[in-house]
Design a protein around this ligand. Structure first.
Ligand code: PLP
Length: 350
């Protein structure tokens, strides 16, 4: 037994966007650990499960005939979405327009793909549409909206972003990597049924309660994914559109198992519990005189200083901070009310 393993109990983890996998997801991950969906001709069962995963993700995101695959995570899915947009466009000088709060994976994508990343400022934690409109031009290949931002859990005005993308014949990509399994139970306009969205990131290994690695890339239709296809001469299949080659089937199988167990009733219940927890924490922090941002989705940011969070860390708590220095608590499925009660009690201690 490896002695250096991190404790996996998540007992005091308030900073992570990953969570304890659902028991069925854990079991499926172990069973399919050594399979390779990158070689579907050889590993047919896991390839079939990947199609099932995409069907579930389509259901969750309002897409009746979904195309896509289970990526290694949100970073790969975002990068691949930008790659689709770049490859499809007819320009030598491509740019992507995204909100300033877009996840740093877009910076990586822009670097790797040789695309300019233009970031639009936010107003009240959502992208400022007037500023975004100023940044698009005929070389814009993709306009990005975030549905559940990493730092604050806010949702951009996705229909307006999709309309803006259309004015310059760019693709609209929505990053719902974290928010995608909470949003179906809200009244936000965020998915394929609400706006003319072309591609989306939605990660089973976050709120979906699958084991890592299980990210999701979805496309409105298969022709968009064709932009990613490379020929695979020595495999039984003829082409591959994932970024990674060999990849573990653990994430794929666990994503199906989690969604089979939880969609929709289990995820709805989780949303209601996590949102109630976030509201409770926000009330507790406000009552102690802190300025709280949100919660719009189950994520609470508040103006506690970083020395305070260092002290909390010494007591075993894992909390992170936003770029502006606020303490940030992500109410993932493993974050319970009793955990938050002891967290608040520890805050009171200082
Ligand atoms: N997009 C959003 C909105 C995220 O919050 C994250 C990670 O937290 C990512 C993308 C990147 O996902 P991953 O870390 O799985 O690559």
């Amino acid at each position: 037994m490896l002695q250096r393993a991190e404790p996996q109990d998540f007992e005091r983890v308030l900073s992570s966007m990953c969570t304890v996998p659902h028991p069925s997801a854990r079991e499926a991950a172990e069973r399919f650990l050594a399979t390779n969906p990158g070689d579907p001709g050889t590993y047919e069962t896991i390839a079939g499960l990947e199609r099932e995963a995409v069907e579930y993700l389509g259901d969750i995101t309002g897409l009746s005939d979904p195309a896509g695959y289970v990526a290694s995570g949100g970073t790969e899915a975002n990068l691949q979405a930008i790659r689709i947009a770049r490859n499809r466009a007819d320009t030598d000088d491509p740019n992507v327009v995204a909100p300033v709060h877009a996840h740093f994976s877009f910076t990586k994508a822009a670097d790797v793909l040789g695309v300019e990343l233009r970031t639009a400022p936010a107003a009240d934690y959502r992208v400022n549409m007037a500023a975004m409109a100023e940044l698009v031009d005929e070389d814009t290949v993709c306009v990005v909206g975030v549905a559940g931002s990493t730092e604050y859990g806010y949702v951009d005005p996705i229909p307006a972003i999709a309309d803006l993308a259309e004015t310059v014949d760019a693709l609209c990509h929505v990053d719902a990597a974290w928010g995608g399994f909470y949003l179906p139970f809200t009244d936000h306009d965020w998915h394929f049924g609400h706006a003319d969205i072309d591609t989306m990131t939605i990660d089973p290994h976050k709120v979906g309660q699958a084991a890592v690695p299980a990210g999701g890339l979805l496309a409105r239709d298969r022709t968009l994914l064709d932009e990613l296809a490379v020929e695979t001469p020595y495999l039984e299949s003829t082409d591959q559109l994932t970024l990674t080659g060999t990849r573990s089937g653990a994430g794929v199988a666990s994503a199906v198992a989690a969604m089979e167990s939880l969609w929709p009733a289990g995820y709805r219940q989780q949303y209601e519990t996590s949102m109630a927890n976030a509201d409770w924490l926000a009330d507790q922090l406000s009552a102690r005189g802190h300025d709280v941002v949100g919660p719009e989705l189950p994520l609470v940011a508040a103006d506690l200083s970083m020395p305070m969070t260092d002290e909390l860390r010494d007591r075993g708590w894992r909390v992170s901070k936003t770029g502006a220095g606020e303490m940030r608590v992500v109410c993932m499925p493993h974050v319970t009310r009793s955990m938050l009660r002891s967290f608040v009690a520890d805050l009171d201690w200082y």
